[in-house]
Design a protein around this ligand. Structure first.
Ligand code: KDG
Ligand code: MG
Length: 402
């Protein structure tokens, strides 16, 4: 089999997505997700200008060699644009292989290690009372794991809080919106949320929280310690992780489990975090982490150090990433949990898929490949619209981490 062509589609059915379609001489095509939130056109250009010309004529069966060709072969390694582009190629090639062999990708990864994928939903509210109600809504829908984010009195807009109850879309059309931040107000307020959640819902529900890179290690240590009585499933992105050693400080002070990694793009971003057992859950997923090929290896490495996966699954992962992630999740031994932020009706219509959600669990389906398709005609009705994630400033105007 030979690759005859590849095309990049940029569309905006509710939000922007970049989709790679690889065509072969046997009529089989594969789909990959190349969406990088707020930097979509950079990945489209990387693929169009630098990757696709080298793909034509290659054998799509040689997935490992193709991965190495675009990683090692480019000389310039790593980085979100490069790795998102390589991810899209890798996932599309696994899709082709599954279709060519008439089998779902999970069969090519060793088969199923479980029957269903536990997901967590996103509950949020403008204050503690609203957030408690929102968590209750998820429990009623059958979720066993819920992430809880609350607005903070005195801070105008906070990460994770939206008017929409089932969707959370932080990217906004136009130029980056500005949000504000106070670590002091946040640290004083958030533990009360989890105290009240445990009082109201008891211990059966798994509770998660995302600090979204806002804290220093010692502040994260304080938060983790204060949350200990409420037994969180995880505290996510407590501190930025460029300095992996920073997690030693958090770990020395708290038993609250730690998750990190949604912006990592290679194993080098988490080698120390994993090998020193500084984290419990790795948030990398197939769209940013270079595809299924490296993610299998990273998961195996993490398994040696008791680290489980918790793949990122926000709305900026297209249904193609969800399809591929679920095959990965169901096959690996050290699966932990999968994030599931719902896509809009428009998005789902452009990406018809075989995976399905039922009362707190996702099922990958048994279609050959990853089981997600792309309706080009419908997608053409939703042209790209410039959109950015917010930026964040402290109350005195200092730029801070969003
Ligand atoms: O593109 C950024 C979002 O994917 C991110 O803000 C979502 O933190 C996030 C999460 O945990 O889903
Ligand atoms: Mg996050």
């Amino acid at each position: 089999m030979k690759i005859t062509d590849a095309k990049v589609f940029v569309c905006s059915p509710g939000r922007n997505f970049v989709t790679l379609k690889i065509y072969t001489d046997q009529g089989i095509y594969g789909l990959g997700d190349a969406t990088l939130n707020g930097r979509e056109l950079a990945v489209a250009s990387y693929l169009n200008d630098h990757v696709i010309p080298c793909l034509i004529g290659r054998d799509p069966a040689d997935i490992e060699d193709t991965w190495q060709y675009f990683y090692r072969g480019a000389y310039w390694r790593k980085g979100p644009v490069t790795m998102t582009a390589i991810s899209a190629v890798d996932v599309a090639l696994w899709d082709i292989k599954g279709k060519a062999l008439n089998t779902p990708i999970y069969n090519l990864l060793g088969g199923k290690s479980r029957t269903k994928i536990t997901v967590y939903g996103h509950a949020n509210g403008r204050d503690i009372a609203e957030t408690i109600d929102a968590v209750g809504g998820y429990i009623e829908q059958g979720y066993v794991s819920v992430r809880a984010q609350t607005g903070i009195p005195g801070i105008a807009s906070v990460y994770g809080v939206s008017k929409d109850k089932l969707f959370y879309e932080p990217a906004k059309k136009g130029l980056p919106p500005e949000e504000s931040w106070s670590t002091e107000k946040y640290l004083n307020y958030v533990p009360k949320l989890f105290e009240q959640l445990r009082v109201k819902y008891g211990t059966d529900v798994n509770l998660l929280h995302d600090a979204h890179h806002r804290l220093t290690p010692i502040q994260a240590a304080r938060l983790g310690k204060e949350l200990e009585p409420y037994h969180l499933f995880w505290l996510e992105d407590a501190t930025p992780a460029e300095l992996q050693e920073g997690f030693r400080i958090i770990r020395q002070h708290t038993t609250t489990p730690l998750a990190v990694g949604e912006i990592f793009d290679t194993v080098w971003d988490c080698k120390l975090l994993i090998s020193e057992q500084l984290i419990d859950y790795l948030r990398m997923e197939v769209c940013r982490g270079g595809g299924i090929t490296p993610m299998k290896k990273i998961a195996a490495f993490a398994d040696m150090f008791h680290v489980q996966t918790g793949c990122h699954g926000a709305t900026d992962m297209s249904p193609v990433t969800f399809g591929a992630s679920l095959h990965f999740d169901i096959s690996i031994p050290n699966f932990g949990i999968q994030e599931y932020m719902r896509h809009t009706e428009e998005t789902n219509a452009v990406f018809p898929h075989h995976y399905r959600f039922d009362r707190g669990f996702l099922y990958p389906g048994d279609a050959p490949g990853h089981g997600v398709d792309f309706d080009e005609k419908l997608a053409a009705k939703y042209p790209y619209e410039r959109a950015y994630l917010p930026v964040n400033r402290k109350l005195d105007g200092t730029m801070w981490n969003w």
